[in-house]
Design a protein around this ligand. Structure first.
Ligand SMILES: Nc1ncnc2c1ncn2[C@@H]1O[C@H](COP(=O)(O)OP(=O)(O)OP(=O)(O)O)[C@@H](O)[C@H]1O
Ligand SMILES: [Mg+2]
Length: 318
Protein backbone atom coordinates (compact mmCIF):
# COMPACT_ATOMS: atom_id res chain seq x y z
CA UNK A 1 0.00 0.00 0.00
CA UNK A 2 1.19 3.45 -0.88
CA UNK A 3 1.90 5.86 1.98
CA UNK A 4 -0.57 8.37 0.52
CA UNK A 5 -3.94 7.19 -0.81
CA UNK A 6 -6.46 9.54 -2.40
CA UNK A 7 -10.17 8.81 -2.93
CA UNK A 8 -12.17 10.36 -5.77
CA UNK A 9 -15.86 9.41 -5.80
CA UNK A 10 -16.76 11.81 -8.60
CA UNK A 11 -13.81 12.14 -11.00
CA UNK A 12 -14.00 13.81 -14.38
CA UNK A 13 -12.35 14.09 -17.73
CA UNK A 14 -11.42 17.79 -17.69
CA UNK A 15 -11.68 19.44 -21.10
CA UNK A 16 -10.06 22.87 -21.41
CA UNK A 17 -10.10 25.21 -24.38
CA UNK A 18 -10.07 28.94 -25.17
CA UNK A 19 -11.93 31.38 -27.35
CA UNK A 20 -11.43 35.07 -28.07
CA UNK A 21 -14.78 36.24 -26.66
CA UNK A 22 -17.78 34.47 -25.14
CA UNK A 23 -21.10 35.65 -26.58
CA UNK A 24 -24.49 33.95 -26.76
CA UNK A 25 -26.13 32.38 -29.82
CA UNK A 26 -23.13 32.59 -32.18
CA UNK A 27 -20.90 29.58 -32.79
CA UNK A 28 -17.79 30.02 -30.71
CA UNK A 29 -14.82 28.53 -32.55
CA UNK A 30 -12.52 27.28 -29.82
CA UNK A 31 -8.85 26.32 -29.81
CA UNK A 32 -7.80 22.67 -29.74
CA UNK A 33 -9.01 21.13 -26.49
CA UNK A 34 -6.69 19.83 -23.81
CA UNK A 35 -7.86 16.81 -21.79
CA UNK A 36 -6.65 15.88 -18.33
CA UNK A 37 -7.77 13.45 -15.68
CA UNK A 38 -9.60 15.45 -13.01
CA UNK A 39 -11.49 15.40 -9.75
CA UNK A 40 -10.06 16.42 -6.37
CA UNK A 41 -8.35 13.20 -5.28
CA UNK A 42 -6.96 12.46 -8.73
CA UNK A 43 -5.46 15.94 -8.98
CA UNK A 44 -3.92 15.58 -5.52
CA UNK A 45 -2.44 12.20 -6.50
CA UNK A 46 -1.02 13.62 -9.76
CA UNK A 47 0.85 16.38 -7.91
CA UNK A 48 2.03 14.10 -5.08
CA UNK A 49 3.31 11.64 -7.72
CA UNK A 50 5.16 14.42 -9.57
CA UNK A 51 6.78 15.38 -6.26
CA UNK A 52 8.14 11.85 -6.18
CA UNK A 53 6.16 10.30 -3.33
CA UNK A 54 4.61 6.89 -3.03
CA UNK A 55 0.95 7.57 -3.85
CA UNK A 56 -2.13 5.73 -5.09
CA UNK A 57 -5.41 7.06 -6.47
CA UNK A 58 -8.60 5.12 -5.73
CA UNK A 59 -11.51 6.27 -7.90
CA UNK A 60 -14.93 5.27 -9.17
CA UNK A 61 -15.50 5.44 -12.92
CA UNK A 62 -17.69 4.03 -15.69
CA UNK A 63 -18.73 4.26 -19.34
CA UNK A 64 -16.56 5.40 -22.22
CA UNK A 65 -15.39 8.58 -20.43
CA UNK A 66 -14.39 6.31 -17.53
CA UNK A 67 -12.15 4.33 -19.88
CA UNK A 68 -10.66 7.56 -21.23
CA UNK A 69 -10.03 8.68 -17.65
CA UNK A 70 -8.31 5.39 -16.75
CA UNK A 71 -6.11 5.60 -19.86
CA UNK A 72 -5.07 9.17 -18.96
CA UNK A 73 -4.30 8.18 -15.38
CA UNK A 74 -2.18 5.30 -16.64
CA UNK A 75 -0.38 7.55 -19.12
CA UNK A 76 0.71 9.74 -16.19
CA UNK A 77 2.27 6.67 -14.56
CA UNK A 78 0.01 7.03 -11.58
CA UNK A 79 -0.55 4.01 -9.38
CA UNK A 80 -4.35 3.70 -9.32
CA UNK A 81 -7.27 1.41 -8.47
CA UNK A 82 -10.59 1.83 -10.22
CA UNK A 83 -13.93 0.71 -8.83
CA UNK A 84 -16.27 0.25 -11.79
CA UNK A 85 -19.73 1.84 -11.91
CA UNK A 86 -22.60 1.42 -14.38
CA UNK A 87 -23.03 5.18 -14.95
CA UNK A 88 -20.89 7.40 -17.18
CA UNK A 89 -18.05 9.39 -15.67
CA UNK A 90 -18.63 13.11 -16.20
CA UNK A 91 -16.71 15.55 -18.35
CA UNK A 92 -16.08 19.05 -17.05
CA UNK A 93 -15.52 21.89 -19.46
CA UNK A 94 -13.56 25.09 -18.99
CA UNK A 95 -13.11 27.94 -21.43
CA UNK A 96 -10.60 30.74 -21.17
CA UNK A 97 -11.75 33.97 -22.80
CA UNK A 98 -8.48 35.26 -24.22
CA UNK A 99 -9.67 38.86 -24.75
CA UNK A 100 -10.36 39.31 -21.02
CA UNK A 101 -8.37 36.51 -19.33
CA UNK A 102 -11.57 35.33 -17.60
CA UNK A 103 -12.09 31.62 -17.10
CA UNK A 104 -15.52 29.96 -17.33
CA UNK A 105 -15.88 26.58 -15.62
CA UNK A 106 -18.81 24.28 -16.39
CA UNK A 107 -19.07 21.50 -13.82
CA UNK A 108 -21.50 18.60 -14.31
CA UNK A 109 -23.10 16.68 -11.43
CA UNK A 110 -21.66 13.26 -12.28
CA UNK A 111 -23.43 9.91 -12.67
CA UNK A 112 -25.94 8.45 -10.23
CA UNK A 113 -24.25 5.76 -8.15
CA UNK A 114 -26.08 2.64 -6.95
CA UNK A 115 -25.86 1.67 -3.29
CA UNK A 116 -23.94 -1.51 -4.22
CA UNK A 117 -21.33 0.70 -5.91
CA UNK A 118 -20.57 3.08 -3.06
CA UNK A 119 -20.77 0.17 -0.61
CA UNK A 120 -18.08 -1.57 -2.72
CA UNK A 121 -15.88 1.48 -2.21
CA UNK A 122 -16.35 1.35 1.58
CA UNK A 123 -15.60 -2.39 1.55
CA UNK A 124 -12.43 -1.78 -0.46
CA UNK A 125 -11.18 0.76 2.08
CA UNK A 126 -12.20 -1.44 5.02
CA UNK A 127 -10.36 -4.38 3.47
CA UNK A 128 -7.01 -2.68 2.79
CA UNK A 129 -4.32 -5.07 4.02
CA UNK A 130 -2.02 -2.19 4.95
CA UNK A 131 -3.45 1.19 5.94
CA UNK A 132 -1.99 4.31 4.25
CA UNK A 133 -0.38 7.00 6.41
CA UNK A 134 -2.50 9.64 4.74
CA UNK A 135 -5.93 9.18 3.16
CA UNK A 136 -7.06 12.19 1.14
CA UNK A 137 -10.85 12.44 0.64
CA UNK A 138 -11.26 15.10 -1.99
CA UNK A 139 -13.97 16.35 -4.30
CA UNK A 140 -17.72 16.34 -4.57
CA UNK A 141 -20.01 13.44 -3.70
CA UNK A 142 -21.93 12.16 -6.74
CA UNK A 143 -25.73 11.72 -6.84
CA UNK A 144 -27.02 8.64 -5.02
CA UNK A 145 -24.21 8.63 -2.45
CA UNK A 146 -25.14 9.57 1.14
CA UNK A 147 -23.83 12.86 2.51
CA UNK A 148 -22.04 11.04 5.32
CA UNK A 149 -19.87 8.93 2.97
CA UNK A 150 -16.62 10.69 3.96
CA UNK A 151 -17.66 10.48 7.62
CA UNK A 152 -18.10 6.72 7.18
CA UNK A 153 -14.67 6.42 5.54
CA UNK A 154 -13.08 8.42 8.37
CA UNK A 155 -14.72 6.10 10.89
CA UNK A 156 -13.58 2.96 9.02
CA UNK A 157 -9.90 3.99 9.05
CA UNK A 158 -9.96 5.28 12.64
CA UNK A 159 -8.66 1.95 13.98
CA UNK A 160 -5.39 2.55 12.07
CA UNK A 161 -2.87 5.38 12.35
CA UNK A 162 -4.17 6.81 9.06
CA UNK A 163 -4.44 10.60 8.97
CA UNK A 164 -7.60 11.61 7.12
CA UNK A 165 -7.34 14.73 4.96
CA UNK A 166 -10.58 16.32 3.75
CA UNK A 167 -11.41 18.70 0.91
CA UNK A 168 -15.07 18.86 0.03
CA UNK A 169 -18.08 21.13 0.50
CA UNK A 170 -21.61 21.39 1.91
CA UNK A 171 -23.25 18.53 3.79
CA UNK A 172 -20.46 15.94 3.18
CA UNK A 173 -17.94 18.41 4.66
CA UNK A 174 -20.09 19.06 7.75
CA UNK A 175 -20.74 15.34 8.30
CA UNK A 176 -17.06 14.38 8.00
CA UNK A 177 -16.05 17.12 10.45
CA UNK A 178 -18.60 15.73 12.90
CA UNK A 179 -16.76 12.39 12.64
CA UNK A 180 -13.37 14.15 12.99
CA UNK A 181 -10.40 14.30 10.59
CA UNK A 182 -6.70 15.24 10.75
CA UNK A 183 -6.64 18.07 8.22
CA UNK A 184 -9.37 19.98 6.41
CA UNK A 185 -8.82 22.44 3.55
CA UNK A 186 -11.89 24.58 3.02
CA UNK A 187 -11.99 27.47 0.58
CA UNK A 188 -13.51 30.69 1.91
CA UNK A 189 -16.95 29.99 0.41
CA UNK A 190 -16.91 26.46 1.84
CA UNK A 191 -16.08 27.78 5.31
CA UNK A 192 -18.80 30.47 5.04
CA UNK A 193 -21.39 27.80 4.16
CA UNK A 194 -20.23 25.71 7.10
CA UNK A 195 -20.36 28.69 9.49
CA UNK A 196 -23.76 29.73 8.14
CA UNK A 197 -22.73 33.37 7.53
CA UNK A 198 -20.23 35.57 5.69
CA UNK A 199 -16.70 35.76 7.09
CA UNK A 200 -15.57 39.25 6.10
CA UNK A 201 -12.16 39.55 7.73
CA UNK A 202 -9.31 37.48 9.15
CA UNK A 203 -10.69 37.76 12.71
CA UNK A 204 -14.00 36.15 11.74
CA UNK A 205 -12.23 33.52 9.62
CA UNK A 206 -9.91 32.71 12.48
CA UNK A 207 -12.87 32.27 14.83
CA UNK A 208 -14.59 29.89 12.40
CA UNK A 209 -11.42 27.84 11.88
CA UNK A 210 -10.68 27.73 15.62
CA UNK A 211 -14.21 26.51 16.29
CA UNK A 212 -13.59 23.50 13.99
CA UNK A 213 -10.40 22.66 15.91
CA UNK A 214 -12.05 23.21 19.32
CA UNK A 215 -15.01 20.99 18.42
CA UNK A 216 -12.68 18.15 17.38
CA UNK A 217 -13.58 18.50 13.68
CA UNK A 218 -9.94 18.66 12.54
CA UNK A 219 -6.48 19.00 14.09
CA UNK A 220 -5.42 21.36 11.26
CA UNK A 221 -7.64 23.78 9.34
CA UNK A 222 -5.98 25.15 6.19
CA UNK A 223 -8.31 27.85 4.90
CA UNK A 224 -7.28 28.85 1.37
CA UNK A 225 -8.09 32.38 0.26
CA UNK A 226 -7.31 32.49 -3.46
CA UNK A 227 -4.77 35.24 -4.27
CA UNK A 228 -4.74 36.18 -0.55
CA UNK A 229 -2.95 32.94 0.35
CA UNK A 230 -4.10 30.96 3.36
CA UNK A 231 -4.88 31.02 7.06
CA UNK A 232 -3.80 27.88 8.89
CA UNK A 233 -5.01 27.01 12.37
CA UNK A 234 -4.08 24.23 14.82
CA UNK A 235 -4.78 23.87 18.56
CA UNK A 236 -1.78 26.04 19.45
CA UNK A 237 -0.94 28.05 16.32
CA UNK A 238 -2.60 30.36 13.82
CA UNK A 239 -0.53 31.33 10.78
CA UNK A 240 -1.16 33.79 7.98
CA UNK A 241 0.47 32.61 4.77
CA UNK A 242 0.78 35.19 1.98
CA UNK A 243 -0.07 34.22 -1.58
CA UNK A 244 2.53 34.39 -4.33
CA UNK A 245 1.48 36.30 -7.44
CA UNK A 246 2.11 34.68 -10.82
CA UNK A 247 0.54 35.26 -14.24
CA UNK A 248 -2.63 33.17 -14.06
CA UNK A 249 -3.28 30.87 -16.99
CA UNK A 250 -5.90 28.75 -15.19
CA UNK A 251 -6.93 28.58 -11.55
CA UNK A 252 -8.33 25.05 -11.85
CA UNK A 253 -6.67 22.70 -9.37
CA UNK A 254 -4.88 25.41 -7.34
CA UNK A 255 -6.57 24.17 -4.16
CA UNK A 256 -5.78 20.55 -5.03
CA UNK A 257 -2.12 21.42 -5.66
CA UNK A 258 -1.95 23.31 -2.36
CA UNK A 259 -3.28 20.24 -0.54
CA UNK A 260 -1.05 17.80 -2.44
CA UNK A 261 2.14 19.66 -1.51
CA UNK A 262 1.01 20.05 2.07
CA UNK A 263 0.32 16.30 2.47
CA UNK A 264 3.55 15.39 0.66
CA UNK A 265 5.67 17.64 2.90
CA UNK A 266 3.87 16.59 6.11
CA UNK A 267 4.50 12.96 5.14
CA UNK A 268 8.17 13.79 4.71
CA UNK A 269 8.24 15.21 8.22
CA UNK A 270 9.04 18.80 7.19
CA UNK A 271 8.65 21.68 9.64
CA UNK A 272 5.16 23.14 9.58
CA UNK A 273 6.18 26.52 8.07
CA UNK A 274 8.02 24.66 5.34
CA UNK A 275 4.94 22.59 4.48
CA UNK A 276 2.99 25.83 4.03
CA UNK A 277 5.65 27.35 1.77
CA UNK A 278 5.53 24.23 -0.39
CA UNK A 279 1.72 24.35 -0.44
CA UNK A 280 1.69 27.94 -1.73
CA UNK A 281 4.48 27.17 -4.20
CA UNK A 282 2.53 24.24 -5.69
CA UNK A 283 -0.71 26.24 -5.81
CA UNK A 284 0.99 29.16 -7.60
CA UNK A 285 2.82 26.78 -9.95
CA UNK A 286 -0.49 25.19 -10.96
CA UNK A 287 -1.80 28.64 -11.97
CA UNK A 288 0.91 28.94 -14.61
CA UNK A 289 -0.43 26.08 -16.73
CA UNK A 290 -3.61 25.87 -18.77
CA UNK A 291 -6.68 23.82 -17.76
CA UNK A 292 -5.94 21.03 -15.28
CA UNK A 293 -2.39 20.44 -16.46
CA UNK A 294 -1.23 21.24 -12.92
CA UNK A 295 2.39 21.77 -11.98
CA UNK A 296 5.61 19.79 -12.04
CA UNK A 297 8.30 19.45 -9.41
CA UNK A 298 10.74 21.84 -11.08
CA UNK A 299 8.15 24.67 -11.11
CA UNK A 300 7.26 24.00 -7.48
CA UNK A 301 10.91 24.03 -6.37
CA UNK A 302 11.60 27.23 -8.32
CA UNK A 303 8.70 29.12 -6.70
CA UNK A 304 9.57 27.61 -3.32
CA UNK A 305 13.11 29.05 -3.66
CA UNK A 306 11.67 32.43 -4.65
CA UNK A 307 9.40 32.39 -1.60
CA UNK A 308 12.39 31.70 0.66
CA UNK A 309 14.46 34.44 -0.97
CA UNK A 310 11.64 37.00 -0.93
CA UNK A 311 11.29 36.44 2.81
CA UNK A 312 7.58 37.10 2.26
CA UNK A 313 6.82 35.33 5.38
CA UNK A 314 4.41 33.33 7.31
CA UNK A 315 3.36 35.25 10.43
CA UNK A 316 1.60 34.17 13.59
CA UNK A 317 -1.73 35.84 14.17
CA UNK A 318 -3.46 36.22 17.52
N1 LIG B 1 -5.13 34.43 -8.31
C1 LIG B 1 -4.24 33.84 -7.50
N2 LIG B 1 -3.02 34.38 -7.31
C2 LIG B 1 -2.10 33.81 -6.50
N3 LIG B 1 -2.33 32.65 -5.83
C3 LIG B 1 -3.52 32.07 -5.96
C4 LIG B 1 -4.56 32.61 -6.81
N4 LIG B 1 -5.62 31.78 -6.76
C5 LIG B 1 -5.28 30.76 -5.95
N5 LIG B 1 -4.02 30.92 -5.46
C6 LIG B 1 -3.27 29.98 -4.60
O1 LIG B 1 -3.97 28.75 -4.58
C7 LIG B 1 -4.39 28.40 -3.25
C8 LIG B 1 -5.73 27.73 -3.33
O2 LIG B 1 -6.62 28.60 -3.97
P1 LIG B 1 -8.17 28.68 -3.64
O3 LIG B 1 -8.38 29.24 -2.29
O4 LIG B 1 -8.78 29.40 -4.79
O5 LIG B 1 -8.54 27.13 -3.61
P2 LIG B 1 -9.86 26.39 -4.04
O6 LIG B 1 -11.02 27.33 -4.02
O7 LIG B 1 -9.94 25.17 -3.22
O8 LIG B 1 -9.50 26.01 -5.52
P3 LIG B 1 -10.08 24.82 -6.44
O9 LIG B 1 -10.74 25.54 -7.55
O10 LIG B 1 -8.88 24.07 -6.85
O11 LIG B 1 -11.02 24.03 -5.57
C9 LIG B 1 -4.34 29.69 -2.47
O12 LIG B 1 -4.09 29.44 -1.11
C10 LIG B 1 -3.20 30.45 -3.14
O13 LIG B 1 -1.95 30.02 -2.61
MG1 LIG C 1 -11.20 23.48 -3.56
Amino acid sequence: MAEILTLTLNPAVDVATSVDRIVDTRKLRCSTARRDPGGGGINVARVVHRLGADCEALYMAGGVPGLTLSAMIEAEGLHATRIGIAGETRENFSVRETSSGREFRFVLPGPLLAETEWQACLRHIGGLAVAPRYLVLSGSVPPGVPDDIYARVATIVRQHDTRVVLDTSGAPLAAALAAGVFLVKPSLSELCTLAGHELDDDAQRLDAARKIVRDGGAAIVALTLGDQGALVVTADRALRVPGFAVPVSSSIGAGDSFLAAMVWSLNRGMKFDETLRYAVAAASASLLTEGTRLCDREQIERIHRELELAGADIVSVA
